[in-house]
Write a protein that binds this ligand. Structure first.
Ligand code: TMP
Length: 400
C-alpha cells in the first residue's frame, strides 16, 4: 500500500490487532453473519502520518451509523462554547456562512442558527441528516469532497468558517477532502478542525481508539504537511482533553506564526512522533492491558460476581474483541435509543437502556466509553451508591 496522504510506499508497521468486525456494525440478531477485516496500523516516515492498512468502502461503514452527537452533554457544551467563541473572535454576522462537515444531528450548527447566522451541514447518514433538517438546519446528506466544495463555492460567496470535528480521521481520500475545504473557504476564512491526537493515543495506550472507521491518526506535522499541499496554513493549535486527547487546529489561506502551545507541541514532535522508534513498544503495552483486564474479569467471575459493559461504543468493540472478553460480560447498556435491542459486533452482547443497570445492579460495569467517564459516573451515582463498581480499562486497568 501507499500513504494515502503523501503517496510514499515506505510504510512501517506500528501495531496489529488481528481480524476485527466493523466497530459500529451492530447486529440485529446474535447470529447475523458479519465480516471481519485485518486491523493493522502503519507509520509513514515521509509525512509522519499513522494510518490503517486496510481500505474499506465508507458506504459499508457508515450505512447504519447510529451515533447522535447530542447524546453527550460533554460534546454539546464543548460545541456551544466553540460557537460562542468563534462568533466573537471572527465577528460573524447574519451575512456570514458557517459550514460544518459531519454535522451529525446539528448539535453544533444549531448554536449558529440561534444566533441568526446562515449554516450548511454535510452528513452522509440520511437518517441523522433528516433529524438535523427537521430542526431547521440546512444539511446535504452526502460525503463532503472536492466536488461539493466547488458546488457550494459557486452557490454562495464561500464559507467564513468551516468546522470539521472528528471527521478527518474517517475520510480515506483525505487530499480531495482538504482540497474541497480549501476551495470553499473565503480568502479570509478559517477552517477549525478537531481530531484525536496521536501523541495521546500512544502515550496513554488508547489502542481501543483504533478501528476501521478511523483511517488516520494525526500528528501536527502530518496535518501541516497535508494542509500545505492544498494551500492552507495551520496558524493556531490547542490541545483538548476530549476523546482521550484531541487537537483543535485553526487553518487559513494566509500564514501567521503559531501560538505558543502549538509551537511547544510541534517542537515535542521532533523528538517523538516523527520517528519510527516512538511507536516501538506500543503493541507490547496494549498486550499488557489485555493481560491485566482479562485477569481481573476472570477473577471477578470466579467469585461468582457479574459484569456488564457500559456503552456500545466503537472503542468498546475494539477493546472487547482484541482482549477476547465478551464471554465475561452479561450485556451492554447504552443511552442511544437506536442502538438498544441490537447486539455488539464480534461479541454479540445485547444492548439495553442504562436504566437496566439500576434494575439489575450488576457488581461491576466495564466502562467502554472511558472518554465520557466523568459524565457517565456522574449520571450513575445511584448505581455506585448502592455498591456498584466501574472498571476503567485505559490507560491502566483500575476499579473505581
Ligand atoms: P463512541 O465513543 O463510539 O462515539 O460511543 C460512545 C457511546 O457512549 C455512545 O453509543 C453513547 C454512549 N453513552 C452512554 O451510553 N451514556 C452517556 O452518558 C454517554 C456520554 C455516552
Amino acid at each position: 500500500m501507499i500513504c494515502r496522504s503523501c503517496g510514499s510506499a515506505n510504510l512501517k508497521s506500528v501495531i496489529s490487532l488481528g481480524n476485527m468486525p466493523l466497530a459500529n456494525g451492530l447486529l440485529k440478531s446474535p447470529d447475523e453473519p458479519e465480516e471481519t477485516y485485518p486491523l493493522d496500523l502503519v507509520f509513514c516516515p515521509e509525512c509522519s502520518l499513522v494510518q490503517i492498512s486496510e481500505s474499506i468502502d465508507p458506504k459499508k461503514i457508515f450505512k447504519d451509523y447510529k451515533y447522535h452527537s447530542s447524546g453527550s452533554q460533554t460534546m454539546l457544551k464543548s460545541s456551544a462554547d466553540l460557537v460562542e467563541r468563534t462568533i466573537r473572535e471572527r465577528g460573524l454576522s447574519k451575512d456570514s456562512l458557517v459550514v460544518e462537515i459531519a454535522s451529525n444531528d446539528g448539535y453544533l450548527l444549531k448554536n449558529y442558527v440561534k444566533a441568526g447566522i446562515t449554516v450548511l451541514g454535510f452528513d452522509p447518514c440520511h437518517e441523522i441528516a433528516e433529524v438535523a433538517i427537521s430542526n431547521g438546519i440546512r444539511t446535504v446528506d452526502d460525503y463532503f469532497n472536492g466536488s461539493w466544495g466547488y458546488t457550494y463555492k459557486h452557490l454562495t460567496n464561500g464559507a467564513d468558517v468551516i468546522h470539521a470535528n472528528n471527521v478527518m480521521a474517517h475520510v480515506p481520500d483525505i487530499n480531495d477532502f482538504v482540497e474541497g475545504m480549501s476551495i470553499l473557504l473565503k480568502p479570509g476564512g478559517v477552517a477549525i478542525i478537531e481530531t484525536p491526537y496521536i501523541r495521546d493515543m500512544i502515550d496513554r495506550c488508547e489502542f481501543d481508539t483504533i478501528y476501521h472507521e478511523h483511517v488516520f491518526y494525526y500528528s501536527i506535522v502530518s496535518l501541516i504537511t497535508l494542509f500545505r499541499r492544498h494551500g492552507l496554513h495551520v496558524n493556531h493549535i490547542e490541545h483538548l482533553d476530549i476523546h482521550g486527547g484531541s487537537l483543535r487546529v485553526w487553518a487559513g489561506k494566509s500564514h501567521t506564526a503559531l501560538n505558543e502551545v502549538g509551537r511547544d507541541l510541534l517542537v515535542d514532535e521532533f523528538y517523538t512522533t516523527i520517528h519510527g522508534d516512538y511507536y516501538k513498544d506500543f503493541g507490547k503495552r496494549a498486550e499488557n492491558i489485555k493481560h491485566d483486564l482479562t485477569a481481573l474479569l476472570r477473577r471477578i467471575k470466579s467469585q461468582g460476581k457479574n459484569i456488564v459493559g457500559y456503552a456500545a461504543s466503537a472503542k468498546g468493540s475494539t477493546l472487547m474483541n482484541y482482549c477476547g472478553i465478551g464471554q465475561y460480560l452479561d450485556y451492554v447498556v447504552d443511552n442511544t435509543p437506536s442502538k438498544q435491542g441490537l447486539y455488539t459486533p464480534g461479541t454479540h452482547l445485547k444492548i439495553y437502556p442504562p436504566e437496566k443497570l439500576l434494575e439489575d445492579r450488576p457488581d461491576y460495569a466495564l466502562l467502554l466509553a472511558w472518554n465520557f467517564a466523568d459524565e457517565i459516573m456522574d449520571k450513575e451515582h445511584e448505581y455506585v451508591k448502592r455498591g456498584g463498581k466501574f472498571i476503567i480499562p485505559i490507560p491502566k486497568v483500575r476499579v473505581v
